[in-house]
Design a protein around this ligand. Structure first.
Ligand code: MN
Length: 179
């Protein structure tokens, strides 16, 4: 048996740690989708009011929020009244993300992060771009845009409407809210 050649085009399987991504639909004071990427031992997080779009011509506003612990990627359920983010949380999609370039920190700093998503619903090539000089509703944090690249997984349908169920339990938001 000949060993597989160490090709630059083929990442060595099993050697590189897989990075988790999750999208949590969150019915709090306002409905939004929390988009989280595992990086540096935490989940980098953005709140996307309208959720991701598979349409490359649609840019979706993504407002940076606090890093979350990795375990939070598994959370689906109810955040009790009075607690931060009180409301209902659904794991709307989950899978792995693969940065296009290895230096994610540099690209985050630069404000342009390209990656592939391998989720149950979200797949293919995406980019997050930080808006220049802009901030969202007087927040001091600049906002970002999540945009689908044109590829085989792009489409015009609204995936938040066509794929509304939990990626881990198959439940609706209402069913989760009822416990
Ligand atoms: Mn949230």
């Amino acid at each position: 048996m000949t060993p597989e050649p160490e090709g630059a085009t083929k990442p060595p399987k099993g050697k590189r740690k897989q990075l988790v991504f999750v999208v949590q639909e969150h019915l709090a004071s306002h409905l939004h989708y929390d988009f989280r990427l595992e990086w540096g031992g935490v989940l980098l997080s953005w709140a996307i009011p309208k959720g991701p779009s598979l349409d490359p011509s649609t840019k979706r506003l993504a407002v940076p929020t606090e890093d979350h612990p990795l375990e939070y990627a598994n959370f689906e359920g109810i955040i009790p009244p009075g607690e931060y983010g009180a409301g209902t949380v659904m794991v709307w999609d989950r899978g792995v993300w693969i940065p296009d370039a290895p230096d994610v920190d540099a690209n985050l700093k630069k404000g342009e992060l390209k990656f592939t998503l391998e989720g149950k619903k979200l797949k293919g090539s995406w980019v997050m771009i930080r808006a220049r000089g802009g901030s969202f509703r007087d927040s001091d944090k600049p906002y970002w845009m999540l945009i689908k690249h044109r590829d085989a997984f792009a489409s015009e349908g609204d995936i938040t409407k066509t794929e509304p169920l939990s990626a881990i339990s198959g439940r609706t938001l209402e069913q989760i809210a009822k416990g």
